[in-house]
Structures are given as structure tokens and as C-alpha cells.
Design a protein around this ligand. Structure first.
Ligand SMILES: *Cc1c(COP(=O)(O)O)cnc(C)c1O
Length: 373
């Protein structure tokens, strides 16, 4: 396929905004020759803990590792069940399965794309140990009823906040409401590094200590390994880059929100398209701006937009419970299954700008008219 006129994400323009600061930070790490668990990781962990308002922030190698380590730190293992959403990236369920536990998929709320709290109670069994909600696309899952159920049944809540760094639920930072929050610094995420990276956030001293031990081969003291852990550290160069980026995160998320609201305006009179719902009590940070395209027209619209040079993405074409690994035992989850055929994420990044967005919407309009989709 030829180069797109408008990509779904323009990372270059984001990087260029603060390029000199990144170069300086990277150069300092090279000159220090300290690459693993050095001063930048320590400083970043302190800075990000302060930003989130949590006691402990623990850098790890990826968002996936953050989930695996957090689940283990919460005591999840063989034969346990963890209730989660099927409408997410595979890593959410993968982390549960990797520990020998079973993901129990509960259908989603069609407005928010997140786990429907009304359906959780009926999925709780004697084996249930935790609930793992995802704040998909940057939008908060409905945490109050989730926390109430968790309290009532003695369950842990692990928040998959990979797509929602900086987002809020009733003025509380996402990833700090449950027992442990997990974040990803994959380059495309709202707080993205220039490689893989992740973070665990918690107010629980014991979980924090376990997570710190697990990320360095299960040792509290070097060479006195206590259990089988992981080699899963946030590296010094990523930490240095993230320290440059963190002070700009609120500004960047505000810019995403502004761009999203502009799309809402531009798209509002196009029939057959549903713009994202925004709960007034939460701060959606629009990692993705995801519309619903009704009447089975999504794939055709996407194809025609690609032909006209507009990049879009489908997150995710197959709900996780329908993947080969789970489909044999999966329940029918009608909302997730329907929405996976309707969702389309449009180009968004903080400084996307009015002109580019106008162009995207003009092409959507033209395509729908021209092909009478
Ligand atoms: C990106 C992502 C992850 C995994 O993060 P990595 O850093 O890529 O390992 C997990 N869950 C969700 C919802 C994600 O979007």
C-alpha cells in the first residue's frame, strides 16, 4: 500500500515537539554508562508515584509484564479465576492464562466499551480471586460498582490502565483505584516511551515488595534468589525519556480531548455513525477516538478511506473470548461480538489539528455519499 496521506498516529510530530530534550536525556544516560536500574528509573518512579498519588510505582519491562507481575503479587495462580473483559488487547487475558489461572469473560457496556458491572456478580464463583477491568481507549471503566463487588466478595481489583495514563474516574487517577494498577509505555500509548516499558502502581506495601522482587529474578537481595521471577526492568534510557514526557502529559491529554470533541462536532450529523460516549464523571484521555459504524458498513468504509490515504484501525476485530485459545469454552457475549464489527478508530494524536481532522471527516462524508454506504 502506498504511503498514507494521514496516518492513524503521527508519532514523528509528537517526538519532534520535544526532540532536543529527548536527545539531551538520552545523551546523559550514554555518558553515565548506567543502563539498568540507575538514577533515572529511581527518579521516574518517584515522579510518577507523585503524579498518580500512589505510594509505590514500580517500573517494569512492558505493560504485559506489569499485568503478570501484578496478578502474581495479588496472589493469583493456578486454578484461580479472574473476571475480565473480552473487549481488549490479548495481553489482558494472556497475563491471566500465563499464570495458570482462567480468564472469565463478562460482556461490555455498549456506550463505554468497558466491562459491564451489572454482569459481574453472576460470573463470581468460589474460584474467583480478582476482577481485571480495562480502561479501554482511555475511558474509565465504571469503578464504583466494581469496587463494591470486590469488597463484598473479598476480590482483588487489578486495573489494566495500559491505554489510559492520566485518565480519571470521579477525580481519581485511573490505575490507583483498585489494589494494583498496570500501565504500558509502548510508544503509541498516551505516555509512550521509545521502546517497551511498563509500570505497576499500588498503595499496598506487601504487593509492592513482591512486585519489586519478581522483576529482578525473584530476589530481594542480589544473588539470594527466593523464587522464580522475571527479568523485567524498565531500562534507564526509557526512564530518562519518560521523565521528559511526564511533565507534558496533562497538556497532551487535554489536546487529545480537544481533538476528540472537535471530531464529535464534525461527525455529529452523519447518519449511521455513533461518536464516543463520554461519562461526565470521568476524564477520557482518548488514547483512541473510536466511532461505531452501523449497518455492517465498517469494513467497506475503512477500505475506501485507506484508498483515499486515511489510516484507521479496528481495535479489536476479534473479541478475546473468540480467539482460538478461549473460544471452545467461551460464553456468547453479544455486545462485544457486535461491537467488534462496528468499531473504527480514527487518526488521533495530541497536535493532530483542525485541518487534518477536517480532511478525515470530509473523506468519511465523501466515501459514504459516493458509495452510498
Ligand atoms: C498495550 C496494552 C497492553 C500491553 O502493554 P505492552 O506494553 O504492549 O506489553 C495490555 N493491555 C492493553 C489494554 C493494552 O492496550
Amino acid at each position: 500500500m502506498s504511503e498514507l496521506k494521514i496516518p492513524v498516529l503521527d508519532l514523528k510530530s509528537e517526538i519532534n515537539e520535544h526532540l532536543n530534550e529527548y536527545m539531551k536525556a538520552i545523551e546523559e544516560v550514554l555518558r553515565s554508562a548506567q543502563f539498568i536500574m540507575g538514577p533515572n528509573v529511581k527518579a521516574f518512579e518517584e515522579e510518577v508515584a507523585r503524579y498518580l498519588g500512589v505510594k509505590h510505582a514500580i517500573g517494569v519491562n512492558s505493560g504485559t509484564d506489569a499485568l503478570v507481575i501484578a496478578l502474581r503479587a495479588a496472589g493469583i495462580g493456578e486454578n484461580d479465576e479472574v473476571i475480565t473483559t473480552p473487549f481488549t488487547f490479548f495481553a489482558t487475558a494472556e497475563s491471566i492464562t500465563a499464570l495458570g489461572a482462567t480468564p472469565v469473560f463478562v460482556d461490555i457496556d455498549e456506550r463505554t466499551f468497558n466491562i459491564n458491572p451489572d454482569l459481574i456478580k453472576q460470573a463470581i464463583t468460589k474460584r474467583t480471586k480478582a476482577i481485571l477491568p480495562v480502561h479501554l481507549y482511555g475511558q474509565a471503566a465504571d469503578m464504583d460498582p466494581i469496587m463494591e463487588l470486590a469488597d463484598a466478595y473479598g476480590l482483588k481489583v487489578i486495573e489494566d490502565t495500559a491505554q489510559a495514563f492520566g485518565g480519571e474516574y470521579k477525580s481519581r487517577k485511573l490505575g490507583t483505584i483498585g489494589h494494583i494498577g498496570c500501565f504500558s509505555f509502548f510508544p503509541s500509548k498516551t505516555l509512550g516511551g521509545f521502546g517497551d516499558g511498563g509500570l505497576i502502581a499500588t498503595n499496598d506495601d506487601e504487593a509492592a515488595e513482591t512486585a519489586k522482587m519478581l522483576r529482578v529474578h525473584g530476589s530481594k537481595k542480589k544473588y539470594y534468589n527466593e523464587t522464580v521471577g522475571y527479568n523485567s526492568r524498565l531500562d534507564e534510557i526509557q526512564a530518562a525519556i519518560l521523565r521528559v514526557k511526564l511533565p507534558y502529559i496533562d497538556e497532551a491529554n487535554e489536546a487529545r480531548r480537544k481533538a476528540a470533541h472537535r471530531y464529535n462536532d464534525l461527525l455529529k450529523d452523519i447518519p449511521g455513525i455513533i461518536t464516543p460516549y463520554e461519562d461526565a464523571r470521568s476524564k477520557h484521555v482518548y488514547h483512541q477516538y473510536t466511532i461505531r459504524v452501523l449497518d455492517g458498513k465498517r469494513d467497506e468504509l475503512q477500505k475506501h478511506l485507506a484508498d483515499r490515504g486515511i489510516g484507521t484501525m479496528v481495535y479489536y476485530p476479534v473479541p478475546v473470548h473468540r480467539l482460538p485459545l478461549y473460544k471452545e469454552s467461551a460464553p456468547v457475549l453479544p455486545v462485544a461480538e457486535r461491537l467488534s464489527g462496528e468499531v473504527l478508530s480514527l487518526p488521533i494524536w495530541p497536535n493532530i489539528g483542525e485541518e487534518v481532522q477536517g480532511e478525515v471527516v470530509r473523506e468519511i462524508r465523501k466515501t459514504l455519499d459516493l458509495y452510498r454506504l
